[in-house]
Design a protein around this ligand. Structure first.
Ligand SMILES: Cc1ncc(C[n+]2csc(CCOP(=O)(O)OP(=O)(O)O)c2C)c(N)n1
Ligand SMILES: [Mg+2]
Length: 1035
């Protein structure tokens, strides 16, 4: 028996790609040859009729025989018995015994097999049929009738795969015969026309038989055509999991599986009525307004509702959605069920906005709504995430928010919370963020346990034809990388669409993996309602003009089926039209527009009922000595038994322990103190980014690895307090755009979490620029949504070359919303200024200040994004240490650290005040000491760059009446902080004095690649900074 098992194992089925290759290597005219599998060594392997391709078939037979010898034909039974008993090659086969006649299909097939005198032919024919079945499974979608217009091929290829026997309606036609001739007579399959009525066994990898295990070839082809080549094209054979493939085959191949009850059909019609009439209503009322209507893909609404209904039935009670412009208002109205008057009043440009901020166009706003799902009678919460115009940018944000909602409700498998992402065809194929987001889908700290993707594939992107927009056959091919099944469906067949959506939702709830529904549709109007599509797509649009709307088609079908009658249909339409009219009338009563009503993530309890912060103060961010000591001890220990850490790490922990004894902290320990103390207060902390667990600079070590036990790790931060909040620290995929978007989304879900994203080096944030520019910087202004995400951006000129040096502070500062020329008139300067700003930008020079700013982020009564330029060399700089004294109760974040040395004692004698930020402070103090200029030059550190500490810097500037004011930075003049600081500093002194510059000259690149030049540049600007005559000729 053993050798048969071995031989069966060697006869593994070919993978999909192997099969494709094998088939494509065959030209239909070339005579078919089977190649021996060389490694096949068991007696059975030497059987003359076995080959690489036939082995699939034999393997199946063999497994079936193993399970039940009666399940295979007698001839196979004898063959396997003989082979098993060690029969010599060529002798295992014996003619089958005669069979009694029976009317069952199986027996017929067996009689046919028995009648077949030539076993080679028998096996080959069965193999041919199996190959044919497989060909449909793999490539049937290429011939599915997906385009409602019937003019474009959804896969951009009009040819029919060589191994598919065309479409069922052509079965009896000459075309079919020709096709069959090419594929059979002396060609691909070796079958001929007379075989059409022969009965063949069906392999276990198909469900087309239903209860039959054998079918005539003609019927096999018809059923394969029905399953794979009609209005649904299923792409799944690349999935390398047999169970999943079988699951899909069963869903699409089982005869008669796509059945709808009368009620289901009527619901579908009603949903189509709403979808269609909503767009028509908007068009009637505001014909010249852009709304990015859904016409041509009205089926999107029933599609989404189906996915939600089915998911709700499976236990989901929170669905988070992200979508682009197309059909967004319709989704808000008919899927999320936003009050229609709220949507309609958005069209009234005269309405005054009640909220602060600049707002956004109506098709970008988000929404949050909790309601009863009428189909399942279960509660469901729907949230549509606000998004910018930047297509697909919201994808990772939706995923992050979904992950957070799952996390906060303990839904570790995605059974209660799920996401649905909608895409346009051009954007799905073109935007790299789609790929980055897919790659998060199966990572433990980022998975949302399956997203249903729905592509509104109108076969055009603005004016661009898909043939110019992508190099892959389908716009959805990107999803193949994660083994997501892809269901293409003709959007003019609403029942096919609904069927596919049900399967997609079931797939998600069964396997918790991503799935794609590709709604192949058209766009009835131009890109927006003002655009003329005939300029660029004349023929397509001629066809579209002729195209009957899907609602009309479906209604006619249901009327002809007797499911509804004409008056009922018309009543459904007028009922919805009335709803729209009434809402429109109500919308006229709206006097004020509340963007707040469009919030995608409310934070109940965090603000007062009218959305204001509960206070305008921030308590001390200091911590008591015991807590500092306790956290310090845990940070320098291994809190689990029998855990061996690396020797180098032991030394690091020992050093930490010594620091704690000395009541000091370095950068890593300060971060530990901040995190550890917030965890005690129930604040969840999530730190994500590339290699953050250890820290790019090997300073953090938040995850300890047992040196003797594979994958055994320990996170001491989670061993701090009995009832602490959890700490999540996770190395991310090598993505910035995707991961930063994800963390932003995570931070949206709750104000009571500190969510940090760390760039490997600050430079790399620019591949996530869109998240920064479109979400983080203006998010609150556009969408009244606050977000407390923290960006840790390693920054500093250390001679490491043009990259790895600059986190581009100039860019963040340029986007700050404070006015450089106006000294703010505020009572409580510190907190109020923070409340008014769009984000906080800091560059701390001490660990204590870093500790305070992290804690302040949570202790503030509102949330603002926080950008921190973090150091590299200061991580180990002996002077960059802070005492516990600077972190005790009563202490707080210092926006400015004034000069405290000799210069501050005799300010009138000071000749120059050097203002600076970040690590250059240490270079300046060293140089000042070396030059013995501590009486002459004061050095003031600006720790919080934005909002600019006008008040404190004014005090500082006025303190030194006889001093020149100089801004000193290590960055190039056109970079760094100078352009931001200079006008603001001048505002503090009523422009009474110039603000001079000491730093690197302007440059195109952020830093030199030459170490020597780096050092020369540094020395040159230090010389300028301490040359008291440097600006004499300029004043
Ligand atoms: C990142 C980005 N680049 C360019 C645009 C401009 N733009 C808006 S819609 C559009 C075409 C989108 O086509 P598709 O994704 O197929 O969606 P459709 O409009 O066809 O529904 C383009 C290029 C954009 N909004 N975002
Ligand atoms: Mg499109």
């Amino acid at each position: 028996m053993f050798h048969l098992r071995t031989c069966a194992a060697k006869l593994r089925p070919l993978t999909a790609s192997q099969t494709v290759k094998t088939i494509s290597q065959h030209t239909p005219s070339a005579p078919r040859t089977f190649q021996q599998i060389r490694c096949y060594s068991a007696p059975v392997a030497a059987e003359p009729f076995l080959s690489g391709t036939s082995s699939n078939y034999v393997e199946e037979m063999y497994y079936a025989w193993l399970e039940n010898p009666k399940s295979v034909h007698k001839s196979w039974d004898i063959f396997f018995r003989n082979a098993n008993a060690g029969a010599a090659p060529g002798t295992a086969y014996q003619s089958p015994p005669p069979l009694s006649t029976s009317l069952s299909a199986l027996t017929q097939a067996q009689s046919l097999v028995q009648a077949q005198p030539n076993v080679d032919k028998l096996v080959e024919d069965h193999l041919a049929v199996q190959s044919l079945i497989r060909a449909y499974q793999i490539r049937g979608h290429h011939v599915a009738q997906l385009d409602p217009l019937g003019i474009l091929d959804a896969d951009l290829d009009s040819s029919v795969p060589a191994d598919i026997i065309t479409t069922s309606d052509k079965l009896d036609l000459a075309v079919f015969k020709e096709r069959l001739r090419l594929l059979t007579v002396g060609g691909f399959y070796g079958l001929d026309e007379s075989d059409l009525d022969k009965v063949f066994h069906l392999p276990t990898t198909t469900f087309i038989g239903g209860n039959e295990s054998a079918l005539p070839l003609r019927e096999i082809i018809r059923r394969l055509e029905a399953a794979y080549c009609q209005h649904i094209g299923v792409e799944f054979m690349f999935i390398n999991d047999l169970e999943q493939c079988q699951w899909i085959r069963e869903k699409f191949e089982t005869p008669g599986i796509m059945q709808f009850t009368t009620d289901e059909k009527r619901t579908l019609l009603a949903r189509l009525v709403r979808s269609t009439r909503f767009e028509e209503f908007l068009h009637r009322k505001w014909s010249s307004e852009k709304r990015f209507g859904l016409e041509g893909c009205e089926v999107l609404i029933p599609a989404l509702k189906t996915i939600i209904d089915k998911s709700s039935e499976k236990g989901v009670d929170y669905v988070i959605m992200g979508m682009p412009h197309r059909g967004r208002l319709n989704v808000l109205a008919n899927v999320i069920r936003k009050e229609l008057e709220q949507i309609f009043c958005q069209f009234d440009s005269k309405l005054e906005a009640a909220d602060e901020g600049s707002g956004d166009v109506k098709y970008h706003l988000g929404m949050y709504h909790r309601r009863i799902n009428r189909v399942t009678e279960r509660n469901i919460t729907l949230s549509l995430v606000a998004n910018p115009s930047h297509l697909e940018a919201a994808d990772p944000v939706v995923q992050g928010k979904t992950k957070a909602e799952q996390f906060y409700c303990g839904d570790t498998e995605g059974k209660k919370v799920m996401s649905i992402l909608l895409h346009g065809d051009a954007a799905f194929a073109g935007q790299g963020i789609v790929y980055e987001t897919f790659h998060l889908s199966d990572l433990p700290s980022y998975t949302t346990h399956g997203t249903v993707h729905v592509v509104v594939n109108n076969q055009i992107g603005f004016t661009t034809d898909p043939r110019m927009a992508r190099s892959s056959p389908y716009p959805t091919d990107v999803a193949r990388v994660v083994n997501a099944p892809i269901f293409h469906v003709n959007a003019d067949d609403p029942e096919a669409v609904v069927y596919v959506c049900n399967v997609a939702a079931e797939w998600r709830s069964t396997f918790h993996k991503d799935v794609v529904v590709d709604l192949v549709c058209y766009r009835r109007n131009g890109h927006n309602e003002m655009d003329e599509p005939m300029f660029t797509q004349p023929l397509m649009y001629k066809q579209i003009r002729k195209q009957k709307p899907v609602l009309q088609k479906y209604a006619e079908m249901l009327i002809s089926e007797g499911v509804v009658n004409q008056p009922e249909y018309e009543e459904e339409i007028s009922k919805y039209d009335r709803i729209c009219e009434e809402a429109h009338a109500r919308s006229k009563d709206e006097k004020i527009l509340h963007i707040k009503h469009w919030l995608d993530s409310p934070w109940p309890g965090f603000f007062t009922l009218d959305g204001q912060p509960r206070s305008m103060t921030c308590p001390s961010t200091g911590l008591n000595e015991d807590d500092l000591t306790h956290i310090g001890k845990v940070a320098s220990s291994v809190p689990v038994e029998d855990f061996t850490i690396h020797g180098g790490l032991s030394r690091i922990l020992k050093t930490r322990g010594e620091m704690v004894k000395n009541r000091t902290v370095d950068w890593a320990l300060a971060e530990y103190m901040a995190f550890g103390s917030l965890l005690k207060e129930g604040i969840h902390i999530r730190l994500s980014g590339q290699d953050v667990e250890r820290g790019t600079f090997s300073h953090r070590h938040h995850v300890l690895h047992d040196q003797n036990v594979d994958k055994r790790t320990c996170i001491p931060m989670n061993h701090l307090w009995p009832n602490q909040a959890p700490y999540t620290v996770c190395n991310s995929s090598l993505s910035e755009y995707g991961v930063l978007g994800f963390e932003l989304g995570f931070a949206m879900a709750s104000p009571n979490a500190l969510v940090l994203w760390e760039a490997q080096f600050g430079d790399f944030h620019n591949t996530a620029q869109c998240i920064i520019d479109q979400f983080i910087c203006p998010g609150q202004a556009k969408w009244v949504r606050q977000n407390g995400i923290v960006l840790l951006l390693p920054h500093g000129m250390e001679g490491m070359g043009p990259e790895h040096s600059s986190a581009r502070p100039e860019r963040f500062l340029q986007m700050c919303n404070d006015d450089p020329d106006v000294f703010p008139k505020l009572d409580d300067f510190e907190v109020r200024q923070l409340y008014d700003c769009n984000w906080i930008v800091v560059n701390c020079s001490t660990p204590a200040n870093f500790f305070h700013v992290l804690r302040r982020q949570i202790l503030l009564p509102f949330r603002k994004p926080l950008i921190i330029f973090t150091p590299k060399s200061l991580l180990r700089h002996p002077e960059a240490r802070s005492s516990f004294d600077d972190m005790l109760p009563g202490t707080h974040f210092l926006r400015v650290i004034p000069e405290s040395g000799p210069a501050a004692q005799n300010p009138a004698n000071v000749k120059r005040v050097l203002f600076c930020t970040g690590k250059v402070y240490y270079e300046l103090t060293r140089e000042r000491k070396a030059l013995d200029m501590e009486q002459d030059v004061a050095i003031t550190r600006v720790e919080q760059l934005s909002p600019f500490p006008f008040d404190l810097l004014q005090q500082e500037a006025l303190k030194y009446p006889n001093a020149e004011l100089v801004w000193c930075q290590e960055e190039h003049k056109n970079q760094g902080y100078y352009d931001y600081v200079k006008p603001r500093l001048r505002t503090t002194i009523d422009r009474a004095k110039p603000v001079w510059y000491a730093g690197r000259d302007p440059a195109a690149a952020p830093a030199t690649g030459n170490k020597k030049t780096h050092v020369t540049e540094l020395q040159r600007f230090l010389d300028t900074a301490f040359n008291l005559a440097a600006y004499k000729d300029l004043s």
